[in-house]
Design a protein around this ligand. Structure first.
Ligand SMILES: C[S@@+](CC[C@H](N)C(=O)[O-])C[C@H]1O[C@@H](n2cnc3c(N)ncnc32)[C@H](O)[C@@H]1O
Length: 189
């Protein structure tokens, strides 16, 4: 990213912090969103190893953890560049889970993970960095690890980055609102 892109990214981070402080993202807990989280968990259970370590990129307040049973994983790390969302997630004291404030553009995991998730986060990665970020995260995928990607609606300009991977499953999670749906894919290298 050039200097101007970095500046815009910093501004976006401040905006996310403001929105999380105001409770703007509380709506992620509404029942209409549930199918997205439960599909991600179904993919973890169906294609991941038993009790995997999980890296959730763009984890926000840790809403995924509200659906995830601690018996289904060995370690969970949620990463988000919004310090406000991460502090909120930390207060929940989710079992075997840690939360870290970091920007996906530069974040490099300290270990390998069995499951890596871009949960409504990949489209926020700057166009010029999408391939770099994906390659960096894939290099931290453990042997037989899986990558799960959830994208709201069509994900134009995003899905082609995953074409080179082996697709294990792909679902469209629909709701009773025509324009509210997510596409969720699960991949291995
Ligand atoms: C729509 S929210 C989804 C939150 C969470 N994954 C969920 O589904 O409950 C998108 C999240 O991506 C985070 N995000 C956006 N750009 C990011 C970046 N460059 N690095 C880390 N997190 C980012 C935002 O702060 C926000 O928490």
């Amino acid at each position: 990213m050039n200097l101007l892109d970095k500046f815009h990214n910093w501004r976006r981070k401040l905006r996310w912090n403001k929105q999380y402080r105001r409770g703007r993202w509380d709506n992620l807990r509404k029942p209409i969103e549930a199918g997205r989280y439960t599909t991600i968990i179904e993919f973890i259970k169906s294609y991941g190893k038993l009790k995997p370590s999980i890296l959730d990129l763009g984890a926000g307040e840790g809403v995924l953890n509200e659906y995830l049973s601690p018996k289904d994983y060995s370690y969970f790390l949620g990463v988000d560049f919004s310090s406000v969302s991460i502090e909120k997630a930390k207060t929940r004291n989710f079992v075997k889970a840690e939360f870290l404030t970091a920007d996906i553009h530069t974040y490099s995991p300290h270990q390998k993970f069995d499951v890596i998730i871009f949960n409504e986060a990949f489209y926020y990665v700057h166009e010029s960095e999408k391939q770099n970020v994906l390659d960096r995260m894939l290099s931290h995928l453990a042997d037989n690890g899986i990558l799960i990607v959830s994208i709201y609606r069509e994900g134009i300009g995003c899905w082609e980055y995953f074409d080179k991977l082996k697709q294990l499953n792909f679902k469209t999670v629909k709701t009773n609102e025509e324009k509210t749906y997510w596409k969720i894919g699960v991949y291995k290298v």
